[in-house]
Design a protein around this ligand. Structure first.
Ligand SMILES: [Zn+2]
Length: 296
């Protein structure tokens, strides 16, 4: 299982680039299931809180059984997600480790080392490289050399280009196109290396963005993210068309956690990945905790 997070990926960038400008991601879309209307966590549209939701399957707000990671910097206090939550917090890494299997994290941002500290016994490798190309290359080599059950790859260049030049600016769009090439290298390894046969890919983003920032969680451009799943156990088409009673297309809205039918969220990554690996959900998680998100 390979999870790819493209930091700050507004799905409109994929539409803008089209199949010629982003062939790798569009190949996953065309041969897998997808939506451009998945949602970030309700409380915040920031990098570290939303990535913590992706790996724990929890919402953010501590008082509502969330993971409690509300900051977005490299602070070492609290040192772990468990300290932030004030209780034990599981993760996709911990569940994979408990099953006796291996996981790895490749990230372009130092602050995601929080996960290495929080699940140090379970995570077999944590690599931080600031350049996306270097990082993707290291991840690709690791994928083919080691038998990982779960690899998380975080690419940061689009977010950096968004903050420097504006989200959805020409520079930002160009960067998404460049990152697509790196996704293509990972995808190529998964499709052609026999040792990676059976590997599924899920691709999403921590938040979107338009203009200067992505910080206001009530704005559609910020809470709207893509969610793409591809693999041998995965069907094709619109993700919402496959769902039963638990999930529904949110239209243009963000949807609260109390709603009976939830949107697909970036926080579904943890339990969907475990589901595709044949493993149970993260204990005390919220997103896809019944593992009833359908991908076929
Ligand atoms: Zn981010």
């Amino acid at each position: 299982m390979l999870a790819i997070s493209i930091d700050g990926l507004n799905p409109d960038a994929l539409k803008r680039l089209g199949r010629d400008g982003a062939p790798a991601i569009w190949r996953l879309i065309d041969h897998g299931v997808h939506t451009f209307d998945a949602r970030a966590s309700v409380e915040l549209t920031d990098t570290l809180p939303n990535h913590t939701s992706m790996v724990t399957g929890r919402a953010i707000e501590r008082d509502r059984n969330g993971h409690g990671v509300t900051w977005n910097d490299e602070r070492r206090d609290p040192a772990t997600v468990q300290e932030a939550a004030g209780e034990d917090v599981g993760s996709v890494f911990a569940e994979v480790g408990d099953a006796g299997r291996s996981s790895a994290l490749f990230t372009t941002k130092e602050k995601l080392r929080l996960f290495g500290r929080s699940w140090s016994a379970a995570l077999d490798k944590v690599a931080v490289q600031y350049r996306d190309e270097t990082l993707a290359d290291a991840a690709r080599k690791d994928l083919v050399r080691h038998h990982r059950a779960f690899t998380f790859v975080h690419l940061g260049g689009a977010d950096a280009a968004g903050h420097a030049n504006g989200f959805m600016s020409p520079e930002y769009i160009d960067t998404v196109g460049r990152l697509d090439g790196l996704v293509g290298r990972l995808e190529h390894a998964v499709r052609h290396r026999p040792q990676l046969e059976g590997t599924a890919i899920v691709l999403t983003a921590d938040h979107g963005g338009r203009g200067e920032s992505h910080r206001e969680p009530e704005k559609r451009a910020n809470y709207r993210v893509p969610f793409v799943v591809w693999g041998p156990q995965v069907g094709t088409g619109d993700l919402y068309d496959l769902q039963g009673r638990a999930y529904a297309d949110p239209g243009r809205e963000q949807v609260g956690y109390g709603a009976r039918r939830q949107p697909v969220r970036n926080g579904d990554v943890a339990n969907l990945s475990l589901d595709l690996l044949g493993l149970g959900a993260v204990p005390d998680s919220r997103f896809d905790d019944k593992q009833d998100l359908r991908v076929r």
